[in-house]
Design a protein around this ligand. Structure first.
Ligand code: AMP
Ligand code: MG
Length: 433
């Protein structure tokens, strides 16, 4: 317990113990944001048939060769092909079929003349080129005058031009965002095999805590950590369950944790991990009847020195015990819980992006020797043509400063050995969004 761990050592210990969740089959929309574990092969070409990219007339190219406004090609309209039409009229020489966008190219036709290049089947002379020409509802029969030639295949989307049968549409490891979900739907997949979202259970502890919306008594404060941690877990991709604050009573906490383990892929606690008289999380999790235990450590970091991690219960569920100070709890979540959630999801990159930024403070920053400090910062990305953005601090180093935290979009990461950072210097910032 006297040993001090670095941030990286603690994180490595957590990541070593966390395995990606077993894949399951999910409905497409349930799988959004999840990592695919199968190579998805295209069962049938997309588009499944040659189809028109315009509203117009399906024709044989030879029939409209040399057509002009002055000398239009006059074709007999033999019928209509709408998107979804199953029966297709054969287009013979001298004929055209009226066709809508997405409709299958009928047999015999080689190209589509857009309706704007025709008289729209109204008959008569060349239409005024300034007026919008739409397809005349009555144009499914009679004649159409075509004013311009088309090349073979023009305005036709060939079968398989998007993706062909047997091709790998999405490979294992792909994160399913909206376009990927769309592609799966387009090739007819109703379900996919992915790693599920981890279920994160958040338990805050403290006899001083009151649920927001209720009345505060003397010495009480609202429980904010469980809200921060639950929403941060959701943002990280988890399904998060917020358990109301538990009083600093060992038996209550023990039974709450036992009850909650059943629905947790990872359990996160806040508070009760230091050396105070009522630090029950430490008391309860250090010694568990159900098996496993949580190791409590001092980290060389600020904020967030006291931390706990272990595997507990019959399923050896990972538990990450975070300190109670609101800034410490949030920073610790970002550094340790978020990567664990991402690892459970099977994500390749589990860490937040870090960039360099120019420090734009009035005064030098000081940081304790031997501690990695994470200050809340407001970061402005590089202007056009610049390579570095700038960052200033918001609020001080105090780990109770919730309002300043709400203004921050980065954590300024000051290395253990650095004790001073001067204005204009380059610093590392962890991007929070
Ligand atoms: P602890 O780690 O339990 O000693 O808590 C450290 C500080 O954080 C104390 O001032 C607590 O009142 C405060 N704190 C603990 N848990 C919460 C919480 N869930 N929401 C807001 N503040 C908290
Ligand atoms: Mg407490």
């Amino acid at each position: 317990m006297s040993e001090t761990w670095s941030v990286e050592e603690h994180l490595d210990d957590i990541l070593r113990s966390v395995r990606p969740l077993e894949p399951i089959e999910l409905q497409l929309l349930e799988a959004q944001g999840c990592v695919l574990v199968e190579d998805v092969v295209v069962p049938a070409s997309l588009p499944p048939f040659d189809n028109s990219s315009m509203d117009g007339y399906a024709v044989r190219t030879a029939d409209v060769e040399g057509a002009s406004e002055e000398f239009p090609a006059v074709l007999t309209v033999i019928g209509d092909v709408a998107a979804g039409s199953g029966e297709l009229p054969a287009v013979e020489r001298g004929q055209a079929a009226r066709i809508m966008t997405g409709a299958a190219l009928p047999p015999g036709a080689e190209a589509v003349v857009p309706v704007e290049w025709t008289d729209g089947g109204r008959g008569g002379g060349p239409a005024d080129s300034m007026t919008a020409r739409s397809i005349d509802p009555g144009g499914a029969s009679g004649e159409v005058r075509v004013h311009r030639p088309v090349a073979d295949g023009q305005h036709v989307r060939p079968r398989g031009s998007d993706v062909r049968t047997g091709a790998v549409a999405l490979s294992a490891g792909t994160v399913l965002g909206p376009p990927q979900v769309g592609l799966l739907a387009a090739i007819g997949r109703g379900t996919v095999t992915v790693r599920p979202r981890p279920r994160v259970v958040v338990v805050s502890t403290g006899s001083e805590l009151v649920q927001p919306g209720e009345q505060l008594g003397p010495g009480q404060i609202f429980d904010s950590n469980s809200f921060v941690l639950t929403s941060a877990a959701r943002e990280a991709g988890a399904i998060a369950y917020r358990v109301g604050a538990v009083a600093d009573d060992a038996d209550t906490l023990r039974s709450t944790i036992e009850d909650q383990l059943i629905r947790a892929d990872i359990l996160v606690t806040s508070g009760g991990v230091s050396v105070g008289a009522y630090d029950v999380v430490k008391e309860v999790l250090s010694q568990l009847d159900g098996g496993g235990s949580v190791e409590f450590r001092r980290l060389a970091m600020q904020p967030g020195k006291p931390q706990g991690f272990g595997l507990i219960g019959p399923d050896r569920t990972p538990v990450i015990a975070l300190p109670g100070n609101p800034v410490s709890a949030y920073v610790s979540f970002e550094l340790f819980v978020r990567p664990a959630v991402r690892a459970l999801m099977g994500r390749a990159s589990v860490r937040r992006e870090t960039v360099r930024a120019r420090l734009e403070t009035e005064e030098a920053l000081t940081s304790p020797d031997g501690k990695r400090q994470f200050l809340r910062g407001s970061y402005v990305p590089p202007a056009v043509g610049e390579s570095l953005g700038s960052v200033r601090t918001v609020g001080g180093a105090g780990s109770h400063l919730i309002a300043a935290l709400a203004q921050a979009n980065v954590l300024i990461d000051i290395p253990e050995k650095t004790t001073r950072a001067i204005p204009g210097e380059e610093v590392a910032v962890v991007l929070l969004d």
